[in-house]
Ligand binder design. Sequence first.
Ligand SMILES: NC(=O)c1ccc[n+]([C@@H]2O[C@H](COP(=O)([O-])OP(=O)(O)OC[C@H]3O[C@@H](n4cnc5c(N)ncnc54)[C@H](OP(=O)(O)O)[C@@H]3O)[C@@H](O)[C@H]2O)c1
Length: 296
Amino acid sequence: MNILITGANGQLGNEMRIVSKNSQDRYIFTDVVEIDGQETAILDITDLEAIRKMVKDNDVKVIVNCAAYTNVDKAESDQEFCELLNAKAPENLAIAMKEVEGLLVHISTDYVFGGDQYNTPCKEDQKGTPTGVYGLTKLHGEQNIQKSGVDYLIFRTAWLYSEFGKNFVKTMLNLTEAKPQLKVVFDQVGTPTYAYDLAFAIFEIIENRKYEGNTGIYHYSNEGVCSWFDFTKMIAEIAGNTDCDIQPCHSEEFPSPVKRPAFSVLDKTKVKETFGIKVPYWTESLKICMKNLMKA
Ligand SMILES: NC(=O)c1ccc[n+]([C@@H]2O[C@H](COP(=O)([O-])OP(=O)(O)OC[C@H]3O[C@@H](n4cnc5c(N)ncnc54)[C@H](OP(=O)(O)O)[C@@H]3O)[C@@H](O)[C@H]2O)c1
């Protein structure tokens, strides 16, 4: 089977490259630019005809959409383009897959929630109440896919980090080494997700054809709960950056163009029960990623 990965140069896309190395299926990696040393075909997912051509030329049966507009703060002043990439482009992919009776695997976010008060882990059927442009456009993307009639798997994830690109773990690894003191918010709670773990879960589901009869929305993050403060403390501890004095603070101390969800914990019961997946605990995955980062 031929499987197309979009946004293959991003965090999740790069982890898809790693997990699929020994697959019997053929993976085609695409993004808007080529990167030295990485096999990448050019595909802009805002271009429906280009997607159709790529699907036809390669007899694609599954698309895993790892491409998105992911800059949450910038999105507030760039709504039109963010909507194009996060809502219209997934619809394009859904149309192209529907035409060949294929499957669209799409990634969404905990930012589709946050506008109302709750303190229990979010289930898949909780009402979407996004607080900003990024979350709203990602919710529109989900809705467009659902309306298209395509077979789909939508994985909502949260606090993604990896060895690739820019992310919280890399930033805090550097800051806790360089700075004597650091304040980090403790009033936003969630669960980090090692992009490798999510990629591996997606790969397993595709490889073993577990998606058949199971299309729908699923939540996937690592196990456990922490604040950004706790996350930073753990990063510093693993790195041995013990000289940095890390203190908790409130979100108001770091003004941002967008209000972030205060409680981003995702309930993973459905994904575990449906696909028989074991989800790693967040500190265990963090140790693995940081080991890779520190030896690089
Ligand atoms: N990062 C998080 O904390 C987080 C949390 C929850 C959910 N998610 C979701 O998880 C998914 C993966 O996130 P990520 O962090 O791996 O994203 P990422 O690192 O930002 O990667 C996205 C990739 O998509 C590419 N891209 C941009 N425009 C494109 C287009 N028109 N056509 C094709 N590719 C395009 C980007 O290229 P350029 O870099 O050149 O623009 C980049 O390589 C996204 O759906 C995101 O919304 C992320």
